[in-house]
Design a binder for this molecule. Structure first.
Ligand SMILES: CC(C)(COP(=O)([O-])OP(=O)([O-])OC[C@H]1O[C@@H](n2cnc3c(N)ncnc32)[C@H](O)[C@@H]1OP(=O)([O-])[O-])[C@@H](O)C(=O)NCCC(=O)NCCSC(=O)C[C@@](C)(O)CC(=O)[O-]
Ligand SMILES: NC(=O)C1=CN([C@@H]2O[C@H](COP(=O)(O)OP(=O)(O)OC[C@H]3O[C@@H](n4cnc5c(N)ncnc54)[C@H](OP(=O)(O)O)[C@@H]3O)[C@@H](O)[C@H]2O)C=CC1
Length: 398
C-alpha cells in the first residue's frame, strides 16, 4: 500500500487551499487503490467554503438527481400557495408518485398544515451519589431554571431554552433541554447551549457529575418513542379532503383507500411493532432532506408518524402526523449552492422575517408533500399498481 508522509487531513493546512488539498487526496487515493475518482472531483462547490463547516478530509462531491413534485397547494399558517417540491432520489417512481398525490391534493382544494409544537432537544446525563441526591438535584434545577436558561442562552442569539424535562433512573438524571432555535434545525446551537448550561449546573451543584452531554434521551438519530410523544424539532400535522370523483377517476374509492390504510399502516405496523404507522414518510422526507441540505441522518426520527383516513360521503379525509420533523433553512448544509437553490424554489431560503418563520413554513410544506406521497401510495396499493410502476419507472422497462 502506498503510504503518505503527511496525514491526509493535514493537507488543507499544507496547501492553504481546500480544492488543491482535495485534488492531492484524490491523487493519493487513486494511486493507493486503483480507483478512478475523476467524477467525484467534478463539483461546483468551492471546497474552501465547506471545510471547517460541513466536512473534513474532503475529496469532492457526489451528485444525486433532483425532480419536482407539484404544483402542490398548501394552506398553512406560514405556507400559503402553490409549491414545487424538490425531491433528490435515485428511486424511480418516487417523484411520479408524489406528483400524482400533489395533483390529487391540489385539485381537491389543497392541504391544510399546522405546526403544533417547535423545540430542539438536547439531554445531558448526570450522575449523583444516590437517588435522594438525584431527586434533590432535579428540584434544584427546576427552582433555578432562570439561571440555567441564562447560562445556556449566553452562547446564542437565536436559541431560547423553553423547558427542561427531567428523567430519573436510579442515581442517573437526564435533563432534556428543549430550545427554540429560530430558522436553524438547531442541533449545534442546542448542543453548545446545553454545554454551557451543564457547566453552570455542575459549578452550582457539585454533587452532580456530567456523564455525557448527550444522554440519548434527546433523541437524535435513533428510532424512539420519546420524540414520538413529546416531539422534537417541529411537530406538524397536515390534512386534506380528496374528492370522491377524483379517486373514482383513478378506478378506486375512499373506502378502498381507507381499507388499505387501516389494515396496512395501522394493523400491519402494530403487528410489526413498527415506529412508523405510515407507508413511506421516509421516502419524501429523505428526498427533501437531500435536496435542501438537511442532516440526512435525522430522517430516522423525522420520518416517524401516523396516517389517518376516514371515508366520507364527499370523499376521503386523510391526515399525516409528523411528531419529530427536524428541519432548518439556515445552518448545516442549507447554504450549499444547489441546496440553497432548492430552498429558494420553495421561497424559504435563509432567515425568515421574523426569525423562525421560514423554518415553520418549510415544515408545513414538507408535511403537505408527505401527505401527497402517502395518499398516492395508498391509492397505488388499492389499485395494485406498485409492482408495475416500479417495473416501468425503476427498471427502464417500456
Ligand atoms: C407511477 C404512477 C404515479 C403512475 O400512475 P398512472 O396513473 O399510471 O400515471 P399517468 O401517466 O396516468 O399520470 C397520472 C399522474 O401521475 C403523475 N405522473 C405519472 N408519471 C409521471 C412521471 N413520469 N413524472 C412525473 N409525474 C408523473 C402526474 O401527476 C400525472 O398527472 P398529469 O400531470 O399527467 O396530469 C403510479 O403507478 C404510482 O404512483 N405507483 C406507485 C409508486 C409509488 O408510490 N412508489 C413509492 C415508493 S415505494 C417505497 O419505496 C415504499 C414501500 C412501498 O416499500 C413502503 C411500503 O412498504 O408501503
Ligand atoms: N453538535 C451536535 O451534536 C450535532 C450537530 N449536528 C449538525 O449541526 C448542524 C446544524 O446545527 P444548527 O445549530 O442548526 O446550525 P449551525 O451550527 O449552522 O447554527 C446556525 C447558525 O445560524 C445563526 N443564525 C443566523 N440567523 C438565524 C436564524 N434566523 N435562525 C437561527 N439561527 C440563525 C445562528 O446564530 P446564533 O446561534 O448566534 O443564534 C448560528 O450561528 C448540521 O450541520 C448538523 O449536521 C447534527 C447533530 C448533532
Amino acid at each position: 500500500m502506498f503510504l503518505m508522509e503527511v496525514k491526509l487531513h493535514e493537507l488543507d493546512k499544507l496547501y492553504g487551499d481546500a480544492n488543491k488539498a482535495a485534488e492531492a487526496r484524490r491523487q493519493y487515493l487513486e494511486k493507493a487503490t486503483g480507483a478512478k475518482l475523476e467524477n467525484i472531483g467534478k463539483t461546483i462547490i468551492d471546497l474552501n467554503t465547506v471545510v471547517g463547516r460541513n466536512i473534513e478530509n474532503v475529496i469532492g462531491a457526489v451528485q444525486i438527481p433532483v425532480g419536482v413534485a407539484g404544483p402542490l397547494l398548501v394552506r398553512g399558517d406560514y405556507a400559503n400557495g402553490y409549491f414545487y417540491v424538490p425531491l433528490a432520489t435515485t428511486e424511480g417512481a418516487l417523484v411520479a408518485s408524489v406528483n400524482r398525490g400533489a395533483k390529487l391534493v391540489t385539485e381537491s382544494g389543497g392541504a391544510r398544515a399546522k405546526v403544533l409544537k417547535d423545540g430542539m432537544a438536547r439531554a445531558p446525563l448526570f450522575k449523583l451519589p444516590s437517588l435522594v441526591d438525584a431527586v434533590e438535584f432535579v428540584n434544584w434545577v427546576m427552582q433555578h431554571f432562570e439561571e440555567v436558561k441564562k447560562a445556556a442562552e449566553s452562547t446564542t442569539r437565536h436559541g431560547r431554552l423553553k423547558e427542561i424535562q427531567p428523567f430519573v433512573v436510579g442515581n442517573y438524571v437526564w435533563l432534556r433541554m428543549v430550545f427554540s432555535t429560530g430558522d436553524a434545525m438547531g442541533m449545534n446551537m442546542a448542543t453548545i447551549a446545553a454545554d454551557a448550561a451543564a457547566r453552570y449546573i455542575q459549578e452550582e451543584f457539585p454533587k452532580a457529575r456530567l456523564v455525557a452531554l448527550s444522554g440519548n434521551m434527546c433523541v437524535d438519530k435513533k428510532p424512539n418513542s420519546v420524540n414520538f410523544l413529546l416531539g422534537r424539532g417541529k411537530t406538524v400535522v397536515a390534512e386534506a379532503l380528496i374528492r370522491r370523483e377524483q379517486l373514482e377517476k383513478l378506478g378506486t374509492t375512499p373506502e378502498a383507500v381507507h381499507e388499505v390504510n387501516i389494515s396496512k399502516n395501522l394493523v400491519g405496523s402494530a403487528l410489526a411493532h413498527s415506529y412508523g404507522f405510515n407507508a413511506h414518510f421516509a421516502n419524501i422526507i429523505t428526498a427533501v432532506f437531500i435536496a435542501t441540505g438537511q442532516d440526512v441522518a435525522q430522517v430516522v426520527e423525522s420520518s416517524m408518524g401516523i396516517t389517518t383516513t376516514e371515508p366520507r360521503e364527499e370523499g376521503l379525509y386523510i391526515s399525516v402526523f409528523l411528531p419529530s420533523l427536524e428541519v432548518g433553512t439556515v445552518g448545516g448544509g442549507t447554504g450549499l449552492p444547489t441546496q440553497r437553490e432548492a430552498l429558494e424554489l420553495l421561497g424559504v431560503a435563509g432567515p425568515g422575517n421574523p426569525p423562525g418563520t421560514n423554518a415553520l413554513k418549510f415544515a408545513e410544506i414538507i408535511a403537505a408533500a408527505v401527505l401527497a406521497g402517502e395518499l398516492n401510495l395508498l391509492v397505488a396499493l388499492a389499485r395494485n399498481e406498485l409492482a408495475s410502476a416500479h417495473k416501468k419507472l425503476g427498471r427502464g422497462a417500456k
